[in-house]
Write a protein that binds this ligand. Structure first.
Ligand SMILES: [Zn+2]
Length: 238
């Protein structure tokens, strides 16, 4: 299956927190969107790897993703090296996305910056004809996505562009709440974590409003680019 957009995320829930409004909006416009989670988030304070896989599946259903896969890299300890890059290259060549949405270029959690860099490098390498890969014994064609955009996560980064996600905000929050073990639940017996307080979801809401306000809409999601983006018609800019 060919995808229009592939979201690459260090942890299940990264894509929901940072760019699920953009995902939902583009699925609504008819694009095929998939998510590739690099790890099962097994080092997270709350929940279990098996539970998070189920939660990720539920969130995928809320958003209407075409595919969601988990590469099973080691949470916290995965490396941005040959073995990990080549695995990502295989998935990029399998799904042939036009656009890749990757982790923030730097963030509080070191996996985010590392995951973002790993995704960028793999997208470039995937286009190199002399890097040969196969999928179940079948030789893969090289494929380079046209763009890699980095979503913004916990730490504030000034976006290079903002997507209006006003109409998809409720869907975004529902996809986040699909990760029941991770976020605020007054009934939960699990230990408190950085993201389990009621205030954390208030922060997500505030960040969405802040980015939305910057483009005169109610809710927005911000992205950064590594290479300059352009338009032929400046009326395409909002
Ligand atoms: Zn994360």
């Amino acid at each position: 299956m060919k995808l229009d957009i592939l979201v690459i995320a260090a942890h299940p829930d990264d894509s929901e927190l940072a760019c699920s409004g953009t995902i939902a909006s583009h699925i609504d416009q008819g694009y095929k969107v998939g998510v590739l989670d690099l790890t099962k988030g097994e080092m997270g304070t709350r929940g279990t790897p098996e539970g998070r896989i189920l939660e990720a599946r539920n969130a995928a259903e809320v958003l209407g993703l075409s595919i969601r896969e988990n590469l099973g890299f080691k949470d916290v300890f995965f490396k941005d090296d040959y073995d990990h890059q080549i695995q990502l290259v295989k998935y990029l060549r399998k799904y042939k996305p036009e656009i890749v949405l990757a982790n923030a270029v730097s963030d509080r959690h070191p996996d985010h910056g590392k995951g973002g860099a790993l995704a960028t490098k793999s997208c470039f390498m995937s286009g190199l004809i002399k890097i040969q890969t196969d999928w179940n014994g079948e030789i893969q064609e090289p494929w380079r996505p046209r763009f890699v955009y980095h979503y913004i996560q916990n730490n504030y980064i000034k976006p290079d562009f903002v997507v209006d996600v006003t109409d998809y905000w409720d869907k975004k929050m529902n996809s986040i709440k699909a990760f029941k073990s991770q976020f605020y639940d007054p009934e939960s017996q699990e230990p408190e974590s950085f993201i389990s307080s009621a205030e954390f979801l208030d922060f997500i809401e505030a960040r969405g409003k802040e980015f939305g306000h910057s483009i005169n809409v109610k809710y927005g999601e911000g992205f950064t680019v590594e290479r300059m983006i352009g338009v032929s018609d400046i009326f395409d800019l909002k």
